[in-house]
Design a protein around this ligand. Structure first.
Ligand SMILES: C[S@@+](CC[C@H](N)C(=O)[O-])C[C@H]1O[C@@H](n2cnc3c(N)ncnc32)[C@H](O)[C@@H]1O
Length: 304
């Protein structure tokens, strides 16, 4: 982990993980390795770590603090494929720290930044899947509008989708800065107006919600009974999905039907009745942590 990198909600992650010494851990979002290193420093038996970004894994293999530690096993792939990537089913702790890493955001050539010129890419895995440019080439206006609304809750999604596709088709939308300029200038004291647009497009390019939908039940299937799943989200759409999935797995009703259609079988116990937010000090020291929320469940019944 580089000196500038600060893993989000680290103290809280370690606290909710339970006993770490001797634990078998799966880190589904290795990134710069901050959380994985903390598990290894505290005596984890093994850390199997996934990331869909092969550049992040290669960088760590080259210079990471625990790169040569036999307890760390780095694997390339999306966490929705964890059933294929990981053979064990007796993990004590599984962590998902969702979204993009600070490094991905700051590297203009990855196309995530609305502040620096970059290509319309936005893939976390640069070796597969369509880029944002390829998505714009093939998408219908209505589908784009739906994505902007679903992922970014952008109320002007229809007119914005039309504007994006018009500019794309006339050839005046070539870079991340062209895209950001569609949202107008930044106002003092406010977040950049392109923040939500970029997040929504990134989620569409990387199919982030369906990744989470597949991965949570698969992760629960990989835990031993008593093992814990911890998920850190960075915005309300993701957090709502994690919260509802955990409630359903805890045997609660999440439907609004007159006759409940929820399975009502408790397979987990919710350890965070309210999501855990970073302390004031962390928010001040690491502005990226401000929107982070941690939820944690403990597996109580066999499944998967
Ligand atoms: C917020 S960063 C994780 C930071 C990490 N916990 C640390 O302390 O360095 C998220 C990482 O997860 C990866 N990622 C996001 N979605 C993924 C997915 N569906 N499958 C695998 N990796 C994913 C990203 O490529 C990124 O490197």
């Amino acid at each position: 982990m580089e000196k500038w990198h600060r893993p989000v909600l680290l103290k809280e992650v370690l606290e909710y993980s339970g006993k770490i010494e001797g634990a078998k851990v799966a880190d589904f979002t290795f990134g710069e390795g901050g959380h994985s290193e903390a598990f290894l420093e505290r005596g984890a038996l093994r850390v199997d770590a996934l990331d869909r970004d092969s550049e992040a894994l290669a960088r760590y293999r080259g210079a990471g603090k625990f790169a040569n530690d036999p307890r760390l096993n780095l694997l390339h792939g999306p966490f929705s494929k964890c059933s294929e990537l990981l053979k064990d089913k007796d993990y004590d702790i599984i962590l998902m720290d969702l979204g993009v890493s600070t490094r991905q955001l700051l590297q203009p050539d990855r196309g995530f930044s609305f502040q620096k010129e970059g290509p319309l890419d936005m893939r976390m895995d640069t070796s597969s899947g369509p880029t944002l440019a390829e998505l714009l080439d093939s998408t219908e206006e209505e589908d784009l509008a739906n994505a902007l609304y679903q992922y970014g809750e952008i109320r002007t999604s229809r007119s914005l989708a039309r504007k994006i596709l018009q500019r794309w088709q006339e050839g005046s939308l070539k870079s991340t800065l062209d895209l950001a300029s569609l949202m107008g200038p930044r106002r003092p004291g406010k977040s950049h107006p392109a923040t939500t647009l970029f997040m929504a497009l990134r989620m569409a390019v990387n199919e982030e919600l369906s990744e989470i939908r597949v991965a949570i039940p698969a992760a629960l299937g990989k835990l031993r009974i008593g093992g814990r799943l911890l998920v850190i989200t960075f915005h309300s759409v993701e957090d709502r999905l994690v919260k509802r999935t955990f409630q359903l797995d805890a045997g609660r009703c999440i439907c609004s039907e007159r006759i409940c259609a929820c399975p009502r079988i408790a397979k987990v116990k919710i350890l965070t009745p309210k999501p855990v937010a970073p302390s004031d000090a962390e928010q001040e020291n690491n502005p990226r942590s401000r929107s982070a929320l941690l939820r944690c469940v403990e597996k109580t019944l066999p499944q998967g």
